[in-house]
Design a protein around this ligand. Structure first.
Ligand SMILES: [Zn+2]
Length: 55
């Protein structure tokens, strides 16, 4: 069942990844390259560092 609720966003597959280096949320999600689907690659536009985020 789908229950649209903008106040509850648990997917977080668009934005919202926080850079572990500078705490910026100006990040982009990169395409997964490996079989590990439990984590995703992100790229920080502020400090230009790639980082992994576990989900
Ligand atoms: Zn950063």
């Amino acid at each position: 069942m789908r229950r649209p609720d903008p106040s509850v966003d648990t997917s977080g597959d668009e934005t919202g990844a926080e850079c572990p280096y500078c705490d910026s949320t100006d990040t982009e999600r990169e395409h997964p390259k490996g079989p590990s689907l439990c984590r995703s690659m992100h790229y920080c536009n502020d400090c230009e560092q790639p980082f992994e985020k576990f989900e």
